[in-house]
Structures are given as C-alpha cells and as structure tokens.
Design a protein around this ligand. Structure first.
Ligand code: S3P
Length: 171
C-alpha cells in the first residue's frame, strides 16, 4: 500500500483515525508530533518556546524527507506541516493525502483541555479556531487527494471511506 498521510486541523482526529487504520491494514503508524518529541527529547511547546515555530517546521520537513521511498505507512501529520510547499510535495510523492475535516465547534470540544498545542495556548476559543481554520482551508483542500468530513461519524465509517478512496486512487 502507498503511504497514507492524514492532514487537517489540530483535533480533527488524525491520530485516532491513524490508530484505527493500522488495525484494518498491515501498515505501520507514524505520529509526526510524537516522533519529533522523541527525537528532540523536548515537548512541542518547549521547542516552540526555545527555538521558534520555523525551527519546528524544519524538523517536520526533515522527518517527512526521511520517509521518502518508504511505503505501507499511515502518517498522522502535524496540523501545520502541510503548509510548507516542500512538505506537501514530499507527501504527494510518497502517498495519498487525506484531509480530515471537522467543524470549529467539534475541534474546540476535542482540544479545549490540552496545553500541548502552542498555537492554541492563550487562544483556546471557537472564534480563534474558526479564523485559523479559514486561513488554512484553501491550502488543506488544494493539497488533499481526498477530503473526509468526520463530524457525527464513527471512526470505523471514516476508515472505510478512506480505505475505499485509497483503493480507487491506487487502482
Ligand atoms: C500544529 C499542530 C500540532 C503540532 C503543533 C503545530 C499546527 O499537531 O504539530 O502544535 O500548526 O496546526 P496536531 O495537529 O497533531 O495537533
């Protein structure tokens, strides 16, 4: 199987769906955020604080480069990773890009108790989420091979939609 890159806003369910997808396939699950935390030995919010967002984005690019030529992976991508052209290109070259979409209200409910996302720290409200989502919307939609709305759906249903779409793309 080609790699599956799950993209979308923070809290859209990329990690949850990645876990479910690997149960249904023999693919390996990759959590970009978690890999960066392990490689750097620092929390994401500490990387942002100490070295800045650009540095974090460089780490994302390096990680995506390291996946080049590999197959059979489900990659749960950091929500901002696809904003860089090179990152989107690396994903496209190595697999299918699946956009998970949810409403700002759903996102808020899922992320409101987390302090692990520096971009939302101090901005934890539906209005901020709506605005940032709107700012990123065109980018997310233009790079995605497939878009799946997750609101009100069971994870099994979302996975089935993704696997069918990937099968059609690969056929
Ligand atoms: C970010 C999303 C986060 C993490 C970082 C920045 C973003 O990942 O990479 O806090 O810019 O959208 P999740 O989408 O997994 O929360």
């Amino acid at each position: 199987m080609k790699n599956i890159y799950l993209i979308g806003f923070m809290g859209a369910g990329k990690s949850t769906i990645a876990k479910e997808l690997v149960k249904k396939t023999d693919a390996k699950r990759i959590e970009m955020d978690q890999m960066i935390v392990e490689q750097q030995g620092m929390a994401i919010s500490d990387i942002f604080d100490k070295y800045g967002e650009e540095h974090f984005r460089d780490l994302e690019t390096e990680l995506l480069r390291s996946f080049s030529g590999k197959t059979n992976m489900v990659v749960s991508c950091g929500g901002g990773s696809v904003l860089r052209d090179e990152n989107a290109r690396l994903m496209k070259e190595n697999g299918c890009i699946i956009l998970l979409k949810a409403t700002p209200e759903t996102i808020y409910e899922r992320v409101k108790n987390s302090t692990e996302r520096p971009i939302l720290n101090g901005n934890m409200n539906v209005e901020f989420i709506r605005k940032l989502m709107e700012k990123r919307r065109e980018r997310y939609e233009s790079v995605a091979d497939i878009t799946v709305c997750v609101d009100g759906k069971e994870k099994a249903e979302v996975c089935q939609e993704i696997l069918e779409a990937v099968k059609n793309i690969q056929a």
